[in-house]
Design a binder for this molecule. Structure first.
Ligand SMILES: C[S@@+](CC[C@H](N)C(=O)[O-])C[C@H]1O[C@@H](n2cnc3c(N)ncnc32)[C@H](O)[C@@H]1O
Length: 197
C-alpha cells in the first residue's frame, strides 16, 4: 500500500514536470515561429533580383529631403517607405503623403504610427510592389534606393510621371537626369530632380 502511494506521488510529480516541460516547449516554439514570421519580410529582399533592404533614412537625410521639398506642395510618394519616416516628415510639411512598401511588418507599423498621431491622419501606406505601383498621381516622389535599381527606376519615373514632377533621391542618384540641387554629402547626399517632358 505504502509503495503504491509512493508510486502515485512520483507519477503525479513527473506528470507535473512534463506539463511544465510541455508549456516551455510550446512557448519557446511559438516564440521562435513568431520571430521567424516577423524576420521573413526583412530577409526576403536578399533573394530578389534587386536587393533593396530596409535601411532607415538618417536625420541628415530627412533634413535634406525637407530642404529639397521646400516651396513644393501637393501629394508625395515615398517609394519603399520603410517605417514611414519620410512620409511622416512630408506630412508635417503639409503634403498629402503616401508610402508604398512590400514589407508587411513595416506597413503595419507605419499604419499604427499614423493612427496614433493626428498630424499623420491623411497618410496612406500601400503594401505593394514598387515596380508595379503607378507613379502618375504624384507630383513629388522620394526614393532611398540602391544603385542597381536606379536605371530601371529612372525609366519608370520618366514614363509615368507628369511634367514638373519633383524627384528626390537619397544616397544614390538617378544615373541620367541632371539634378537641379544637391544637398549634403557622403551617404547623406540628397539629389533633387525636376521631370521635363
Ligand atoms: C533603403 S529602405 C528606405 C526606407 C525609407 N524610405 C526610409 O528612407 O527610411 C528601402 C525600403 O524599400 C522596401 N522595398 C524593397 N523592395 C521593394 C519593392 N519591390 N516594393 C516596395 N518596397 C520595397 C524595403 O522593404 C525597405 O523598407
Amino acid at each position: 500500500m505504502e509503495l503504491e502511494l509512493l508510486g502515485n506521488s512520483e507519477k503525479s510529480t513527473s506528470s507535473k514536470l512534463s506539463t511544465v516541460g510541455k508549456t516551455l516547449i510550446y512557448t519557446t516554439g511559438g516564440l521562435a515561429i513568431g520571430v521567424s514570421i516577423i524576420c521573413v519580410p526583412f530577409v526576403s529582399p536578399a533573394f530578389r533580383k534587386v536587393c533593396l533592404p530596409y535601411v532607415p533614412a538618417t536625420k541628415l537625410q530627412l533634413l535634406g529631403v525637407a530642404r529639397a521639398l521646400k516651396g513644393r506642395k501637393g501629394n508625395l510618394l515615398d517609394i519603399g517607405s520603410g517605417d514611414g519616416r519620410i512620409v511622416f516628415t512630408a506630412a508635417k510639411l503639409g503634403f498629402k503623403a503616401d508610402g508604398v512598401e512590400l514589407n508587411t511588418v513595416l506597413v503595419l507599423y507605419s499604419r499604427i504610427c499614423a493612427l496614433l498621431n493626428r498630424q499623420y491622419k491623411e497618410t496612406r501606406f500601400f503594401r505593394k510592389n514598387l515596380w508595379t505601383f503607378d507613379l502618375a498621381p504624384y507630383n513629388n516622389i522620394v526614393i532611398f534606393g540602391v544603385e542597381q535599381m536606379m536605371n530601371d527606376l529612372e525609366r519608370k519615373i520618366v514614363k509615368e510621371t507628369e511634367n514638373d514632377t519633383v524627384i528626390v533621391a537619397c544616397r544614390f542618384p538617378l544615373p541620367n537626369m541632371v539634378p537641379v540641387q544637391t544637398i549634403g554629402h557622403g551617404v547623406d547626399t540628397v539629389w533633387k530632380y525636376v521631370v521635363k517632358k
